[in-house]
Write a protein that binds this ligand. Structure first.
Ligand SMILES: *Cc1c(COP(=O)(O)O)cnc(C)c1O
Length: 458
């Protein structure tokens, strides 16, 4: 007790510490510094009271305080270097945008814009008009609408067209997408009645046609974007499903998920991923994400017949799901790139990474190796790996890639990985068979010197 009291008396006073560190923190908001001082002194007090320590060091307390204000003064949301080789990494923000797309955001963000204003007539306009013509031109759809994300798109489509009605869907397509998007849950939310037909591996045309009744509102097809069923399996393809629906005067709704606008076979990528353009002639309504294979900002894109899109535009739910002006700016930029399909694998970073040539990957690997200092207890080795498209897209495609493998006989792999992750900016790596792997596919040329300087300082 006596000893604890003596220790407590030795704890520095908040104001004294504030004065002591005034010089080094003069550019840091006072609120951040004060909080760090208070919280760290409190923690030391608690440790004394819990009997965890029997001496205190002012230097240690000051060092704890410094660590906290340095951490708190940094942005919470910040850029990281993705060395995982997963191009559309759901936890790392999916698609990243080009500088040009970001410039378009800046020009709309840092001033007024014609978001809902028609410059020609001087009358009120619609925010949706800025991308509708681009979308119809690029895909051949009759009309288009964009919302916050694809989950919102599915919700709006079902709420508008099928509330209170039965919607027939294959059991093989009741998918869950990372981040808690589940088809049955969204269907329930929208107020439609889910009628599941077929089995997990096989669904036949008669499963749909036999279940069409008086209260059927639509047939739904969900692209199983993040997995493939192989072996003894069968699904009803979109054209055939459309035939069944249309001969019963019903619409087909298709949740495509990824939104691939151009085929990638030219780049040696053979996936069963359907392109949007191929589906448009069959689906009455089709939706997909903006930040998956399209390579744009987070958005949900809805395409289809004007009569249906018009009903969605008049649904009050749209107001709650609406797209933001900054997103629209980036989305318009992204869509415009597709007007020059021959250039799109250069102008859209996601497609650039997917289509990166072996030569480019080799260049990066060599460049990084040349920037690394060879040392006693840490080893860098060029290796071949497989990258993934990710983001719940193209699970059947793995892209041969090149990487640097890091290994140390002094420091554990987990520690190495943590060191990279604690860098400014953080470097997110993959750990595989007791090696830290840096995949060249998702690291930009500009980032290589940053990665090298982090590795050289390990
Ligand atoms: C990714 C995906 C979604 C969810 O899209 P978000 O844009 O993340 O909301 C819905 N359906 C399918 C089939 C998907 O692949």
């Amino acid at each position: 007790m006596e000893k604890q009291n003596a220790l407590l008396r030795k704890l520095p006073k908040v104001d004294d510490v504030m004065r002591q560190i005034a010089e080094e923190t003069k550019d840091v908001p006072a609120a951040i510094v004060k909080r760090a001082v208070k919280e760290q002194i409190d923690q030391w007090r608690n440790r004394i009271l819990a009997g965890e320590i029997d001496q205190i060091s002012i230097d240690c307390i000051l060092s704890d305080i410094r660590k906290q204000w340095k951490r708190d003064a940094m942005f919470n949301l910040k850029g990281v270097i993705n060395a995982t080789g997963v191009i559309l990494h759901t936890n790392l923000g999916r698609a990243w945008m080009s500088t040009e797309a970001a410039m378009q955001i800046i020009s709309v963000a840092t001033g007024y814009s014609n978001l809902e204003y028609q410059l020609e007539s001087g009358k009120r306009g619609s925010r949706y008009s800025h991308v509708e013509n681009l979308l119809t031109q690029l895909t051949g759809a009759e009309a288009a609408l964009v919302v916050n994300n694809n989950a919102a798109a599915v919700l709006l489509v079902l709420d508008t067209l099928t509330k209170g009605n039965e919607v027939i869907v294959s059991r093989g397509e009741l998918v869950e997408i990372g981040g808690a998007f589940r088809v049955p849950a969204v269907m329930e939310r929208s107020g439609c009645i889910m009628v599941e037909v077929g089995t997990t591996n096989k669904t036949h045309p008669c499963d749909y046609s036999d279940n069409i009744g008086e209260n059927t509102g639509a047939l739904l097809k969900v692209h199983t974007s993040n997995y493939r069923v192989i072996g003894y399996s069968d699904e009803v393809k979109l054209p055939e499903l459309a035939d069944i629906a249309h001969s019963n005067n019903l619409p087909v709704i298709c949740d495509l998920g990824s939104g691939l606008l151009i085929p990638l076979d030219e780049y040696g990528i053979h996936s069963s991923e359907p392109t949007v353009t191929k589906c448009v002639p069959y689906a009455d309504i089709l939706c997909f994400s903006g930040d998956k294979l399209l390579g744009g900002p987070q958005a949900g894109i809805i395409l289809g017949h004007k009569q249906y899109i018009d009903r969605m535009k008049n649904n009050h739910l749209l107001r709650a799901l609406r797209i933001d002006k900054l997103t629209l700016a980036a989305l318009e930029y992204t869509l415009r790139q597709y007007l020059q399909p021959e250039k799109v694998t250069q102008s859209i970073p996601t497609l650039q990474m997917i289509s990166a040539s072996k030569k480019q990957l080799e260049e990066k690997q060599k460049m990084l190796l040349s920037l690394l200092k060879m040392r006693q207890s840490i080893f860098f080795e060029p290796i071949e790996v497989e990258s993934q498209v990710g983001g719940g897209s193209m699970p059947d495609v793995s892209l041969p890639s090149l990487a640097i493998s890091i290994f140390s006989d002094k420091v554990s792999t987990d520690k190495l990985e943590l060191k990279l992750r604690s860098n400014t900016p953080p470097i997110i790596a993959r750990v595989m068979r007791d090696r830290v792997i840096l995949d060249m596919r998702t690291i930009d040329y500009d980032e290589l010197p940053i990665v090298a300087s982090c590795l050289n300082s390990l």
